[in-house]
Design a protein around this ligand. Structure first.
Ligand code: NAD
Length: 518
């Protein structure tokens, strides 16, 4: 029975994680996991903040404080950067380590995380609010796969020999960039940590990571595993703290060689500016989106409805790549709308530790209020509220699955990132029209098309300016496939072989030889 419930609840778990899990294999969670670590992790040691300040981390399902967490600011960033710089010193244990051993450490980290899957999933659910079944079956397995994938790359990231003119031997070395600042968001705390650590460590960099203030707990537990499996001191430093203080100190630090950021486009601008006005550190950005999801009239209706629901509502709607502009061809608009509303009304919202729950609370009060504000703007600007539209519980940050119909391109809800369980359904007539409208956005992170016609699918996938296009599916990720954005959605790619480029300096070495032979 539970298996049936889970496969209906999470129809694409296997699509997302490529893992086959049955609910029967998911252990019953503790809704009150013990918090073991709440300090800063610098040089493989647990430290209070220099200022001795701390901040509360909140359970979004209840609004109650889970615990206090040390709050890093500039002084702590300085300490962490020093530790990371020392770990990166020429001749240090980390710099002299065989690449295969770096891979082994990453692989052991993946093993330790896998061993502690249930605990990490409990802690993630407590701090973030995502359903435990998802934390356990999707987030943690994807973390493990990501780290294993990059473990394999550590000793395979090869340079080239290059046939330049003259009596010279020329080759390239793929060298680590150095001290990498990494600033991550709260929507997939563990997974964003793995996406950042995997390529950075496989290529031999050292890391100063600032985790999101809403969700610091799982990253700190992973820090303990980093120490446990044997990474040398200073290679990874993890700092909970606020964006404008700790995050900004990383972005403008004169001794940080690169910064990788995932979060809002607004802060992405600040990160890039901080680089420009400090030491021109390299910058990669994974930012927001307003991704079009296009349903052609020949699509398989049941699949398109279910996948479009998943595209928007997965993770409480808190996905940068959420399919938040659902374009439906006019001839099937009414049926698609009716079935989508029916599906949204059946979505199970509630206690994230309950196995039947599909949707937990939004991450915090700020996001909760912001989303309710967008719902009000949708009503005000004349969109038709088809279902939901309000608060879903009397405590915690729960919002009803909401659908707006008759949405026009100019409405605020049609062009701003809502980052919540609010679906916009728009009508279109022709292929050419929908591609033009889909591209009429500052963002370019992802897109999807549902159709049985390969020519239409190709037209759309080549016409849309976005880093990822899904055809007859949505939210399908693999550690092997790159992800990132066009336009305001960012620069650089994470995951896959492409993800290694952003953590690598290419050094050309040219040697004079007595006589070159072909
Ligand atoms: P945010 O961009 O403010 O925060 C993301 C990370 O950046 C956090 O670690 C935060 O502390 C840090 N940060 C904030 N200000 C900073 C600064 N001045 N310098 C350096 N680092 C800074 O995102 P948010 O406020 O948590 O959410 C706001 C909106 O951002 C959401 O509604 C959503 O639209 C978007 N968002 C996108 C993603 C994504 O995956 N692309 C993730 C989270 C949020």
């Amino acid at each position: 029975m539970l298996r049936v419930v889970l496969s209906r609840t999470f129809p694409r778990i296997s699509g997302i994680s490529n893992c086959q899990y049955s609910a029967a294999a998911i252990p019953v969670p503790s809704a009150q996991p013990k918090v073991h670590y709440n300090k800063l992790f610098i040089n493989n040691e647990w430290q209070d903040a220099v200022s001795k300040r701390s901040f509360p981390t909140i359970n979004p399902a209840t609004g109650e404080v889970i615990c206090q967490v040390a709050e890093a600011d500039k002084a702590d960033v300085d300490k962490a950067v020093k530790a990371a710089r020392e770990a990166f010193r020429f001749g240090s244990p980390w710099r002299r380590m065989d690449a295969s051993d770096r891979g082994l450490l990453l692989s052991r980290l993946a093993d330790a995380i896998e061993r502690d899957t249930a605990y990490l999933a409990e802690l993630e659910t407590l701090d973030n609010g995502k359903p435990y079944a998802v934390s356990y079956s999707v987030d943690v397995p994807m973390v493990v796969k990501c780290l294993r994938y990059y473990a394999g790359w550590a000793d395979k990231w090869e340079g080239k020999t290059i046939p330049i003119d003259g009596d010279f031997f020329c080759y390239t070395r793929h060298e680590p960039i150095g001290v990498c600042g990494q600033i991550i968001p709260w929507n997939f705390p563990l997974l964003m940590q793995a996406w950042k650590l995997g390529p950075a460590l496989a290529t031999g960099n050292t890391v100063v990571m600032k985790v999101a203030e809403q969700t610091p707990l799982t990253a700190l537990y992973v820090a303990s595993l980093i120490k446990e499996v044997g990474f040398p001191p200073g290679v990874v430093n993890i700092l909970p703290g606020m964006g404008p203080s700790a995050g900004s100190a990383i972005a403008s630090h004169m001794d940080v060689d690169k910064v990788a950021f995932t979060g809002s486009t607004e802060v992405g601008h600040l990160i890039q500016q901080a680089s420009g006005s400090s030491n021109l550190k390299k910058v990669t950005l994974e930012l927001g989106g307003k991704s079009p999801n296009i349903i052609m009239s020949d699509a398989n209706m049941a699949e398109a409805v279910e996948q479009s629901h998943f595209a928007l509502f997965f993770n409480q709607g808190q996905c940068c790549c959420a399919g938040s502009r659902t374009y439906v061809q006019d001839t099937i608009y009414d049926e698609f709308m009716e079935r989508s509303v029916e599906r949204a009304k059946s979505r199970v919202v509630g206690d994230p530790f309950n196995m039947k729950t599909e949707q937990g609370p939004q991450v915090d009060e700020e996001q909760f209020k912001k989303i309710l504000g967008y719902i009000s703007s949708g009503k005000r600007e004349g969109a038709k509220l088809m279902c939901g539209g309000g608060v879903a519980a009397d405590r915690g940050y729960f919002i009803q699955p909401t659908i707006f119909g008759d949405v026009q391109d100019g409405m605020t809800i049609a062009h701003e990132e809502i980052f919540g369980p609010v679906m916009q359904i728009l009508k279109f007539k022709t292929l050419e029209e929908v591609v033009e409208r889909a591209n009429d956005t500052k963002y370019g992170l992802a897109a999807a098309v549902f159709t049985k016609d390969i020519d239409k699918a190709n037209y759309i996938s080549s016409g849309i300016r976005a880093g990822t296009v899904w055809i007859n599916c949505y939210n399908v990720f693999g550690a092997q496939a790159p992800f990132g954005g066009y336009k305001y959605s960012g620069n650089g790619r994470e995951l896959g072989e492409y993800g290694l480029d952003n953590y690598t300096e290419v050094k050309t070495v040219t040697i004079k030889v007595p006589q070159k032979n072909s």
